[in-house]
Design a protein around this ligand. Structure first.
Ligand code: XMP
Length: 322
């Protein structure tokens, strides 16, 4: 019968059977729950014959790199390689304003970074397997076929080149999202990973309306962290599906602070409730919580002098602004 413990046991057996007694595997970690649980299962099955690769593109939220490098590694003992790619991503994104252009660049650079690390490992140690966190709904959506390593583009890895061929290990293929979370908890993964709300692969880059820079990222990262802290403190993590914080980097408005006039940027708070992200309603966050978020962001983020609330449902608005 269905318990998380049974699923873990059966899946670990199946992975061992597939990978064999000496096979090696790699797994890309995104910071999200699917890749983390997939990696933890494979780690349990084959130990340090698994290497995880984490590409830090510099577009992550506060604390996310630490959650992978420190908390995930502490919980699983996994062998981790981090690729420091922030400089490359910022250089390629400089002056780019168009949302789809941003996505294209990020997707391309992500593959390049992952591929570089994968190639090093494959050449050094002979890696035969690529672990992916494909869920049952993804399997149904794509017609159920298995194939060579061809990662769906919405997973932000895209296709790998022909000369870099792996067999796929997909330990979550029979599971729904809530089952993945239960398995993750059973494996002892931290709450911050298992219960993480959705976050887009292109990260904070598509939450800066305007071009992306290190300064703008730092401002948005702080504002986002404050909003998350206050929403969590108010007990709203389960009510809210996700809450983008959006920096209107090309808009300025006049404000007053202390005895001076300011001319800063607005941020938009976009809390939504949803079942599957296909449709969404704006979440009725209590005024007291909104007040705390607004006060703290304008006090703690020098560039921001105005906080506005997005009260648009999806449709007609999308969840993200780009
Ligand atoms: P929208 O904005 O289309 O978002 O209502 C629906 C869900 O998808 C996420 N999202 C993305 N996820 N790469 C991703 O991995 C992307 O380019 C991307 N764009 C949007 C969004 O956060 C929401 O959960």
């Amino acid at each position: 019968d269905w318990t998380a413990a049974n699923i873990v046991e059966e899946t670990v057996e199946a992975i061992r059977a597939q990978v064999g007694p000496s096979g090696r595997a790699i797994c890309g970690l995104s910071g999200g729950v699917d890749s983390a649980v997939a990696a933890a299962l494979v780690q349990r099955a084959i130990g340090d014959r698994l290497t995880c690769v984490f590409v830090d593109h510099g577009l992550l939220r506060e604390g996310e790199r630490g959650q992978v490098e420190r908390d995930f590694v502490a919980a699983t003992g996994v062998d981790l390689v981090t690729v420091d790619a922030e400089e490359v991503f910022l250089r390629e994104l400089a002056d780019v304003v168009d949302p789809e252009e941003k996505r294209k660049i990020i997707g391309r650079e992500f593959i390049r970074s992952f591929e570089g690390a994968a190639r090093d490992l494959a050449e050094g140690e002979g890696v035969d397997f690529l672990v992916q966190g494909t869920l049952y709904p993804d399997v149904v959506e794509s017609g159920g076929g298995t194939g060579a390593a061809n990662i769906k583009s919405h997973h932000n890895v895209g296709g790998l080149p022909d000369d870099l061929q792996f067999s796929l290990v997909e330990p979550l293929r029979a599971l729904f999202k809530d089952e993945v979370r239960a398995v993750g908890a059973e494996l002892g993964l931290p709450e911050s990973i298992v219960q993480r709300q959705p976050f887009p692969g292109p990260g904070l880059a598509i939450r800066i309306i305007g071009s992306v820079s290190a300064d703008r990222l730092a401002t948005l990262r702080r504002a986002d962290a404050i909003a998350r802290e206050e929403l969590t403190a108010a007990g709203l993590d389960r009510t809210i599906w996700q809450c983008p914080v959006v920096l209107l980097a090309d808009v300025r408005s006049v404000g007053v602070q202390g005895d001076g006039r300011t001319y800063g940027h607005p941020v938009v708070i976009r809390p939504v409730s949803s079942e599957d992200a296909m449709t969404a309603d704006w979440t009725r966050v209590p005024y007291e919580t909104l007040e705390r978020i607004s006060t703290r962001i304008t006090n703690e983020c020098a560039e921001i002098n105005r906080v506005v609330l997005d009260v648009t449902s999806k449709p007609p608005g999308t969840i993200e602004w780009e």
